[in-house]
Design a protein around this ligand. Structure first.
Ligand code: SF4
Length: 498
C-alpha cells in the first residue's frame, strides 16, 4: 500500500472545547477545572532525596502535577520511595511516570503514581525499517499493541490511574510513518489508534497530547486530533506543550506562541512549558500563559480549513496596500476571525498599538491568526519581539534555531551550560538548526530535522550528529564544541561573526 499523505481538515474554532474531567489523584483535568500547570523533574529518579526536593520546589512555585522519568524497572520501583518521602513531608501532589520503550516500567509505575505517560511511537511498536505494511500486517500490529497494553490498562483500572497518550513528532513509529509520513496527521492518527484500543478495553481515563519543537506542527497536530475526536464524539482533555523549546527569551516565546495559539482557540486543559533551565523556571511562565487565557470567551462560529501536508497556504502578496490593518490589541481573536471570514478571508497585517499589551495574549493571538492563514505581515512595537515571533512560528528566519530538551533523569552532562556555549558560538548562523539534547535514548529522534545534533552520552560525554548520521561517539564534552564547529566548517556552512 502506498503512503497516504492526506489533506487535513480541521474544524475549529467553535467554542471553548468541551472536555470530560479526568481525575489524576486529587486534581481534575478538563471539564470545568482550570487549566492545570505541570512540569517534570530533571534529577536522577534513583536519587530519591534530590527528586523529592525538586518536586517540593516545583509545588512551592505552583506546579499542580509533577512528571518523573521512569526509564527502567528500578526507576519505576523507586517512585514508591519518592511518593512516601513526599508524603512524609506533607506533599500529595499527583505524580506522573514518564515512560518510553518499557511497558514493564509502565505497569510497575501505574500501581504507584496517579498517571502514566506513554508514547505511542515507542511503547510497543518495533522500530524496524519496514517501509510498507499491507492492510492485514497493519491490523496485526495493532492487535499486538492491544495485547501489550492490556496488562497496563487492567492495572490502571484497578488503581484509578490515568494515562496520557503523549505523541511526539520526533518519535513516531516506523509503522505510522510508513503509512502517513512524518506529519501532523500521522501524529494525531497514532494517538487515535491508542484511544481506540483503550476504548475497546473499556478504559477512558485518558489525556492526549501532540508535542513538537515546531510550533506549526504541534498546533496543527492538536487541531487535527480535536477534529478526529469531534467526529467520534470523544471529549478527552488535551495537554499542550512545545517540546525542546530551548531556553531564555526564545524558549519562552516559542511556548507562548504554541500553547497560546491553541488556548486562544479554546483548546487545552493542561500545559507544560519546557525550558532547558531549572524546572522551577517553567512555572511562572506557565502561570502567565494560563492567566492570559483563563477568561477566554467562547467563539460563536465554526469554520473548516483544509491544509495539505506541506502547510501550503495561498501565495503571500508582495504589495500590502490592499491588506487590512488588524489591531491585535483592540480586537479579540474571535471577532477578527469572524470579520475576516465574512470578507472571504482576505489576509491582513497584524499591528500592535499598545506597548503594554499582555505579552502572552499578543503572541498567542497573533500565532493563532497566522495558523489560520489570516496574516501576511506582522508589525509589533518591539522589533526583537517581532523577529522572535516570526522565527518561532517559522514565518521568517533571522538567526540559527536551537532545539534543546529540558533534560530529565536520563541526562548525564550539564546540558544547560552546553546549550549556552553552543548558542554563544553559533547563534549568528542564520537558517541552521542545531539540537542540544539530553540523552541518546530519545535525543536523535526528538531532534527532528536539525542539521546538527549535540547529544548527551555516557557521564560527561557527547555524541555529535550531522543530520541523522552519528559522526563522533561519546567524546569528552570539553572538545565537543570545537568538533561541532569543525563539522559545520567542513560543510561550508560556517560564517565568521562580522
Ligand atoms: S531527550 Fe531530553 S527530555 Fe527527552 S528523554 Fe532524553 S534527556 Fe529526557
Amino acid at each position: 500500500m502506498n503512503k497516504i499523505i492526506p489533506s487535513w481538515t480541521i474544524s475549529n474554532p467553535i467554542s471553548r472545547r468541551t472536555t470530560k474531567e479526568v481525575r489524576v489523584g486529587n486534581i481534575g483535568i478538563g471539564g470545568n477545572n482550570p487549566i492545570r500547570i505541570q512540569s517534570m523533574t530533571n534529577t536522577d529518579t534513583m536519587d530519591t532525596i534530590a527528586t523529592v526536593e525538586q518536586t517540593l520546589r516545583l509545588v512551592d512555585k505552583g506546579c499542580e502535577l509533577v512528571r518523573i522519568t521512569a526509564s527502567n524497572v528500578q526507576a519505576a520501583q523507586n517512585l514508591y520511595n519518592i511518593k512516601n518521602e513526599l508524603a512524609k513531608r506533607n506533599c500529595y501532589v499527583p505524580l506522573i511516570a514518564d515512560i518510553h520503550f518499557n511497558p514493564k516500567a509502565a505497569e510497575i509505575a501505574a500501581e504507584i503514581v496517579e498517571k502514566v505517560r506513554i508514547n505511542p511511537g515507542n511503547y510497543t511498536d518495533r522500530n524496524i525499517s519496514k517501509i510498507e505494511y499491507s492492510d492485514s500486517e497493519y491490523k496485526q500490529e495493532l492487535e499486538k499493541i492491544s495485547e501489550r497494553l492490556f496488562p497496563l490498562i487492567e492495572i490502571c483500572k484497578k488503581n484509578n490511574t490515568a494515562i496520557r497518550i503523549g505523541t511526539n513528532h520526533g518519535s513516531l513509529s516506523q509503522r505510522i510513518m510508513a503509512r502517513y509520513g512524518n506529519t501532523p496527521f500521522a501524529m494525531a492518527t497514532s494517538a487515535m489508534e491508542f484511544v481506540e484500543i483503550c476504548k475497546n478495553l473499556d478504559f477512558e481515563n485518558l489525556v492526549l497530547s501532540m508535542k513538537s519543537s515546531n510550533v506549526k506542527v504541534m498546533h496543527y497536530a492538536t487541531r487535527i486530533l480535536c477534529s478526529m475526536m469531534q467526529e467520534k464524539d470523544l471529549q478527552f482533555p488535551i495537554h499542550l506543550g512545545v517540546t525542546e523549546a530551548g531556553n531564555e527569551f526564545e524558549g519562552r516565546v516559542k511556548s507562548m506562541c504554541g500553547i497560546g495559539s491553541l488556548l486562544a482557540l479554546g483548546i487545552g486543559d493542561t500545559i507544560r512549558v519546557s525550558l532547558t533551565e531549572i524546572p522551577e523556571n517553567e512555572i511562572p511562565v506557565a502561570k502567565d500563559i494560563v492567566a492570559a487565557y483563563s477568561n477566554i470567551s467562547p467563539l460563536q462560529s465554526e469554520k473548516t480549513i483544509t491544509l495539505n501536508s506541506e502547510f501550503e497556504k495561498r501565495q503571500k502578496p508582495t504589495d500590502f496596500s490592499n491588506s487590512e490593518r488588524i489591531d491585535i490589541c483592540k480586537e479579540s481573536v474571535e471577532s477578527i476571525i469572524e470579520r475576516l471570514k465574512a470578507s472571504s478571508y482576505p489576509a491582513g497585517i497584524i499591528v500592535q498599538s499598545d506597548k503594554d499589551f499582555n505579552l502572552e495574549r499578543l503572541l498567542g493571538n497573533t500565532t493563532a491568526l497566522i495558523m489560520e492563514s489570516m496574516v501576511d505581515k506582522v508589525e509589533l512595537c518591539d522589533s526583537l519581539l517581532q523577529a522572535e515571533l516570526l522565527q518561532a512560528t517559522g514565518e521568517e528566519i533571522y538567526k540559527a534555531e536551537f532545539i534543546a530538551c529540558p533534560s530529565c533523569g536520563r541526562t548525564k552532562y550539564d546540558i544547560q551550560s552546553a546549550l549556552a556555549k553552543v548558542k554563544e558560538k553559533c547563534k549568528h548562523l542564520k537558517g541552521l538548526k542545531i539540537a542540544v539534547m539530553g540523552c541518546i535514548v530519545n535525543g536523535p529522534g526528538e531532534m527532528a530535522d536539525a542539521d546538527y545534533g549535540y547529544i548527551g552520552g555516557l557521564e560527561n560525554k557527547v555524541h555529535l550528529y550531522r543530520g541523522k548520521q552519528l559522526v563522533h561517539s561519546n567524546i569528552p564534552e570539553d572538545v565537543a564544541l570545537n568538533l561541532l564547529i569543525d563539522m559545520i566548517k567542513e560543510d561550508g556552512k560556517w560564517q565568521d561573526v562580522i
